[in-house]
Write a protein that binds this ligand. Structure first.
Ligand code: GLP
Length: 267
């Protein structure tokens, strides 16, 4: 297999979002029943807006697409305005033609979380696995809610959030004391099982996490660093998020060459 980890540096948030949406759209066009792994947070909002725009202009059909979200807060009702259920319906699902029965989001309200997590893994498997998994990155380098110290082989399970993550997410809840302390999240191993990974980061606040993930050692202390082990990865950054990378000139050069090859090959 041809392994690749492409680091694409775009000028700003809009360009980053457009590039990521193009990659997802290409996936859906080549496989209308594609299985998408989706993420929440402020970072993917621009991608979702772009996908909605493509759908509205008649260029993208989600009618056979299936989706699996990375995570959900534990014991936050799905109709809570800050639940990831609410986030996904408000920012994407209500505005495209995905079928609600084809949408899966972890159930933080499940009475038996352990068996729910097993069934979530099972459902992903039955769908044929995730074709492309969209990811953001936390300031401590987490993906999904796989906080530092998570097992790199972990599957969907309940995780305790770090104080930093709780503080970061307080901006959505109004006050820190309202942020749930636990979440149900796909594990690092679950994420590694996706056929393609697409990680996005924007802004200087993410620069250190991005550097540690891409150029640091693979470590459970920075769970995004497992991207270095995956066979098919796109990391799309804006210039600020890329500002601490030591090899950005090389990544930019590689991308120029890749574009040239793709144009010549007509892909
Ligand atoms: C939460 C989510 C992650 C997301 C991260 C960063 O922790 N569970 O999936 O990547 O926040 O969020 P933002 O994009 O808002 O910076």
């Amino acid at each position: 297999m041809f392994f690749k980890l492409r680091v694409i540096i775009e000028k700003d948030y809009s360009a980053m979002s457009r590039k990521a949406a193009e990659i997802i759209a290409k996936e859906i066009r080549s496989k209308p029943q594609a299985v998408l792994g989706l993420a929440t947070g402020s970072t993917p909002l621009g991608v979702y807006q772009e996908l909605i725009r493509m759908h509205e202009t008649g260029n993208l059909d989600f009618s056979a697409v299936r989706t699996f979200n990375l995570d959900e807060y534990y014991r936050l009702r799905p109709d809570h305005p800050e639940s990831y259920h609410s986030f996904m319906f408000k920012n994407l699902f209500e505005k495209i033609n995905v079928k609600p029965e084809n949408v899966s989001i972890p159930d933080g309200m499940a009475t038996d979380i352990g068996s729910f997590c097993e069934s979530y893994e099972e459902r992903i498997k039955e769908a044929g696995g995730i074709d492309i998994q969209l990811l953001g990155i936390g300031r401590d380098g987490h993906i999904g809610f796989n906080e530092p110290g998570s097992s790199l082989g972990s599957r969907t399970r309940l995780k305790t959030l770090t104080e930093e993550t709780i503080r970061d997410n307080a901006r959505f809840f109004g006050k820190e004391s309202d942020v749930p302390h636990f979440a149900v999240t796909m594990g690092v191993g679950t994420i590694l099982g996706a056929k393609k990974l697409l990680m996005l980061a924007s802004g200087g606040g993410k620069a250190r996490a991005v550097r540690d993930a891409i150029e640091g050692p693979v470590s459970a202390q920075v769970t995004a660093s497992v991207l270095q082990l995956h066979p098919n990865v796109f990391v799309i950054l804006d210039e600020e998020a890329a500002s601490m990378l030591s090899r950005s000139d090389y990544y930019i050069y590689v991308e120029k060459m890749a574009e040239k090859f793709e144009a010549e090959a007509g892909t």
